[in-house]
Design a protein around this ligand. Structure first.
Ligand code: DHB
Length: 486
């Protein structure tokens, strides 16, 4: 928090709040251990203090990833304000750099990837804390995997606990932490927001020696979250059933943990179409069992997968198209839209799915040959990959075991919204582009409507024609944050 009264103390040696003296610990933030940096944002030089590679647990498994970079606009050490914020009121922007459920390093303002958001956030007056997190490919010296589920979410929670623990010693308000992430990182951002302070994670946090403090955050920004994994196969086939051509992106990692993507085209086999039909059929009772609503309207599906839920998802695409049309975008060649007198009056959801094409083959996430990143995410210290749904375990094409229910639950925000003893974030911003086919639009629609029903404020929209990506609308994101933190 770093109130004005503490500024002198911190500048003089970082004694901090009384709690610091009473709890000497390697988890105590040292305000003197910094370097100075600067970046140019929109022609303006932004100077900051960089506190880099702060270990956020006392018992690390992987020091490289279980550490955090904190960046603070220099004005906050001189009693000045930036963009209306002070050292005690500035929100803490918490971007993670996780992609593909791979290990994510702490972000920096000078990085190509993720750096944009950090630079812009500093210029805007936010304190930036970017935690690293373990991921599915991490190994220790003896070759054991160290980052399988739930490692990534436990690490992000430990980083949040560090920020709460040190709130009085640090600039920025730990009661106003705003998480940000894209794809797998968006899923983790949502999970962090959904599951604040839930006890299920305590044994893992304790084992790592996380700071004894809250893991709750105030707000979530999630771009195209690859989440609700154990229902994502069914949701994918509900959306893409009958779309038998695919354009698949194959992932491979280079030595820098950078994802390389190659496009593979194909057509589903008869066996894959049978799996698609099975999975689509599973989605209907799942969706109906959620008892979702849009306002007063129940969102349901009939036996063929049509109904008010499908109309609701189509209406999100309609709203997106209308916004694009109002901004002057030419939609005359978009065959799945009906446009009359400047109004988008109808979206043919089936034609939309056929037009964007499927990218994944069934089962899209819990692959029958354990071939997907998500299978790898649910491995163990000694088992590279596992199934995480009963269907794929039953239909497995290779010898395989299934992840235990608790591990699967620990990775799913849907399990924690409104759970007893849980502080779910109050403010949510969820963005998924209409050109995104990495997961079904149903996944974010279910999350957003569930959060709204639980009383959270949710800003959910599908930006027109945007593919699987994030951080493409930072000025709007920051406007939303500024409103949410007031
Ligand atoms: C990501 C993309 C995917 O399609 C997926 O299944 C998991 C993660 C990603 O980009 O992070």
């Amino acid at each position: 928090l770093l109130g004005a009264a503490l500024l002198g103390q911190v500048a003089a040696g970082g004694a901090g709040a009384p709690a610091a003296a009473a709890t000497p610990s390697s988890l105590t933030f040292d305000a003197q251990k910094y370097t100075l940096g600067s970046v140019v944002v929109d022609g303006r030089t932004v100077q900051y203090r960089a506190y880099e590679n702060i270990l956020y647990v006392t018992n690390p498994v992987d020091r490289k990833y279980q550490s955090m970079n904190v960046y603070v606009p220099v004005q906050y050490f001189a009693g000045q304000s930036v963009g209306g914020y002070t050292a005690s009121t500035a929100p803490i922007f918490l971007p993670n750099e996780v992609g593909g459920y791979m290990p994510g390093l702490p972000g920096t303002p000078t990085a190509n990837m993720g750096g944009d958001a950090i630079r812009a956030a500093l210029a805007h007056g936010y304190v930036v804390a970017s935690p690293g997190a373990r991921g599915r490919t991490g190994k220790d010296a003896s070759g054991r995997f160290t980052g399988k589920a739930p490692a990534a979410i436990v690490d992000l929670k430990a980083a949040v606990a560090y920020l709460h623990f040190n709130d009085a010693r640090m600039p920025g308000n730990a009661e106003r932490i705003v998480s940000n992430g894209t794809s797998a990182g968006g899923a983790l951002s949502a999970l962090l927001g959904a599951s604040g302070d839930n006890r299920d994670y305590q044994p893992y946090l304790k084992a790592l020696g996380a700071a004894p403090a809250s893991t709750a955050i105030y707000a979530v920004s999630a771009y195209c979250p690859i989440t609700n994994l154990e229902h994502a196969d069914a949701a994918y086939e509900w959306q893409f059933s009958g779309v038998n051509d695919y354009e698949q992106l194959k992932f491979a990692m280079d030595t820098d943990y950078k994802m390389q993507r190659t496009l593979v085209k194909g057509t589903l086999t008869a066996a894959q179409i049978a799996v698609s039909n099975d999975l689509k059929a599973q989605f209907i009772p799942y969706l109906n069992g959620l008892h979702l609503r849009n306002g007063a309207q129940p969102l349901t599906l009939d036996a063929s997968g049509n109904g008010t839920f499908r109309t609701y998802v189509a209406s999100l695409i309609r709203d997106s198209a209308q916004k694009a049309l109002d901004a002057g975008t030419d939609l005359s060649k978009v065959t799945y839209l009906t446009v009359k007198d400047g109004r988008v009056t109808d979206v043919d959801f089936g034609a939309y799915a056929r037009s964007i094409l499927r990218m994944k083959t069934p089962a899209a996430f819990d692959g029958l040959s354990l071939e997907n990143g998500e299978n790898d995410e649910f491995g163990t210290a000694t088992v590279a990959a596992r199934h995480f749904t009963a269907y794929s375990q039953q239909h497995t094409a290779v010898p395989a075991t299934q992840a235990d229910p608790l591990t699967v639950k620990l990775m799913n925000p849907m399990a924690y919204v409104q759970a007893p003893g849980t502080r779910t974030a109050a403010h949510w911003r969820i963005r998924v582009g209409t050109a995104d086919k990495d997961t079904s639009l149903a996944v974010s629609a279910i999350l957003a409507t569930t959060l709204r029903a639980s009383g959270r404020s949710v800003d959910y929209a599908l930006p027109w024609n945007v593919p699987h990506s994030g951080d493409y609308d930072l000025p709007e994101l920051f406007r939303w944050i500024d409103t949410a933190v007031k």
